[in-house]
Design a protein around this ligand. Structure first.
Ligand code: CO8
Length: 257
């Protein structure tokens, strides 16, 4: 598959996806969206791939939705095309993926980073929802995911003022899992992805589904969901293999079934 706006490189069991529109600070136009949908679907369908990393470049993860592409749209065309609903196909990815963010992650860029299972940030990362400065609001889940990630006070302040949050504040606030030196960002994200890729693939998906359920359900319901998935894994060969490998003091050989 040849892409125009992204690069896709399998690295062992990890797929590295790089947004590649450097002249536009990786602004997310419809071509980027279409290509990311295809790349994530291919990653999800490929049994040899276990985890993905999505990154940009040192200056920008993505500086937002493409303002030039959007500016002439009207309500009818936005509504009729359900503009940006395609991002739900990216969030439907079942296998785990990490956003490795350096530089600007603004507007849609911040929103795409928050679609990842978690974010690892380079020291120069800047997160923000500056849409208010353009007379609009977040439209790819930013107001919802940012509020769940960092709480109402900071999310509201960021959406209402458009201010940027640096990497240190993002880590303090729970938006990012870890901050690493810029020069080792992709390497660190790949290493983390390789760690996940070495786990049983069914357990990885189940862990992801459980943690995500915490955003969608109440505590009691979430705990039942967790317990049922936990019970379900006892019907897999990987559970037998994982526990036998522990007892026999050897590395597990996962089958993904
Ligand atoms: N869209 C299109 N082009 C962009 C974008 C963008 N979001 N961001 C930067 N670019 C382009 C610039 O136009 C410029 O192009 P050119 O060289 O042809 O003039 C090039 O990238 C380099 O940008 P700058 O010269 O501005 O670089 P600076 O280093 O001076 O500034 C900034 C960097 C501060 C990041 C600045 O570019 C900026 O403010 N960008 C816009 C940030 C922004 O407002 N993002 C939010 C966009 S709106 C959004 O994401 C809404 C999502 C939800 C919509 C839902 C609809 C349903």
């Amino acid at each position: 598959m040849t892409y125009e706006t992204i690069l896709v490189e399998p690295r062992g069991a990890v797929t590295l996806i790089t947004i590649n529109r450097p002249k536009a600070l990786n602004a997310l136009n419809s071509r980027v969206l279409d290509e990311l949908i295809q790349a994530f679907a291919a990653f999800d369908a490929d049994e040899s791939q276990r985890c993905a990393v999505l990154t940009g470049n040192e200056k920008a993860f993505a500086a937002g939705a493409d303002i030039k592409e959007m500016s002439d749209q009207g309500f009818a065309s936005m509504y009729a095309s359900n503009f940006f609903s395609g991002w739900e196909k990216v969030t439907a990815t079942r296998k785990p993926w990490i956003a490795a963010v350096a530089g600007y992650a603004l507007g849609g860029g911040c929103e795409v980073a928050m679609m990842a299972d978690f974010i690892i940030a380079g020291e120069n990362a800047q997160f923000g929802q500056p849409e208010i400065k353009l007379g609009v609001t977040p439209g790819m889940g930013g107001s919802q995911r940012l509020t769940r990630a960092i709480g109402k006070a900071k999310a509201m302040e960021m959406c209402l003022t458009g201010r940027m949050m640096d990497a240190a504040e993002a880590e303090r606030s729970g938006l990012v899992a870890r901050v690493v030196p810029l020069e080792s960002l992709v390497e660190e994200a790949l290493k983390t992805a390789e760690t996940i890729a070495r786990m049983g693939p069914l357990a990885a998906i189940a862990n992801k589904e459980m943690v995500n359920a915490a955003f969608e359900t109440g505590l009691a319901q979430g705990i039942v969901f967790e317990r049922r998935l936990f019970h379900g894994l006892f019907g897999t060969e990987d559970q037998k293999e994982g526990m036998a490998a522990f007892v026999e003091k050897r590395k597990a050989d996962w089958k993904g079934r």
